[in-house]
Design a protein around this ligand. Structure first.
Ligand SMILES: [Zn+2]
Length: 256
């Protein structure tokens, strides 16, 4: 059966069948047969090697999570090379369609919580946080330098027990600067090696071994102070970062 309708994000894609299950919709899709250039030798081929079904998370339709059951065709070239066809809706090795990846970035910033975003898109909280961090990184300007005094705090995501992100903030203005995906020494070291040149004071409320790690992470001697001893009470939250990024994204969307 072929559907004459076009579903969002699936332009030029054959919709073979739509199956409704209890809480989700399976959309069986394929690409039209089309001459492809061999990635190895450049010769054009129409010879089909085989098909493999890929399960790809897609946007919700009619309020239900949707999976694309993509019958991915592989072509064979006279040179012996076998390769998958090009599909406009998904990148190689991805479990989610391009539309969903885009939606994840937007939801990670605009949803009330990461959990809300994860539930709306049928993915995990950690996936949403990863997209969020990527978005924050992309928003950082080139030639960026850390201020003289930075504050480091940890943020525990609400569902993945034991998973922490580190928030880097300006200790004087309390303005959030960056989020690191974890609190491993190597992650902090790599980050600081890029940006530490101006930092003299690090403010944090964390255990002794973590403080020792921070000393190690810097190439030069620095002062590590407890927030309690620092001159002003510092308050910030991940939501401050979210608000900032949301504002930037809003501006970007308006500019487009
Ligand atoms: Zn070839």
């Amino acid at each position: 059966m072929n559907f004459n309708m076009e579903l969002p994000g699936l332009k030029g894609v054959n919709i073979e069948e739509i199956i409704e299950q209890e809480n989700r919709i399976l959309v069986y899709v394929s690409m039209p047969l089309k001459e492809h250039s061999c990635p190895a030798c450049g010769v054009k081929t129409l010879k089909v090697h085989d098909y493999r079904t890929r399960k790809i998370g897609h946007l919700s339709f009619w309020g239900r999570l949707t999976k694309l059951m993509y019958r991915c065709r592989r072509y064979r070239c006279t040179c012996g090379k076998r390769f998958a066809e090009k599909a406009p809706f998904v990148e190689r090795y991805q479990r989610f369609s391009k539309e969903v990846n885009q939606a994840m970035i937007i939801q990670s910033v605009q949803s009330k919580t990461f959990k809300d975003a994860a539930m709306t898109l049928g993915t995990s909280v950690s996936t949403i946080i990863r997209r969020f961090i990527k978005q924050v990184k992309a928003a950082l300007p080139e030639g960026f330098r850390l201020p003289k005094a930075i504050a480091i705090d940890e943020y525990k995501s609400d569902t993945d027990a034991g998973k922490y992100q580190l928030i880097i903030a300006n200790a004087e203005t309390h303005e959030p600067i960056d989020i690191l995906p974890n609190r491993r020494l190597q992650t902090i070291k790599t980050y600081l090696q890029k940006y530490e040149q101006d930092v003299e004071i690090v403010v944090m409320d964390m255990n002794g071994s973590f403080k020792a790690a921070i000393h190690q992470a810097f190439a030069k001697p620095i002062i590590v102070a407890d927030r309690f001893h620092y001159c002003r009470y510092i308050h910030w939250a991940l939501d401050d970062v979210r608000r900032k990024v949301r504002k930037e994204m809003h501006v970007k969307l308006l500019v487009k």
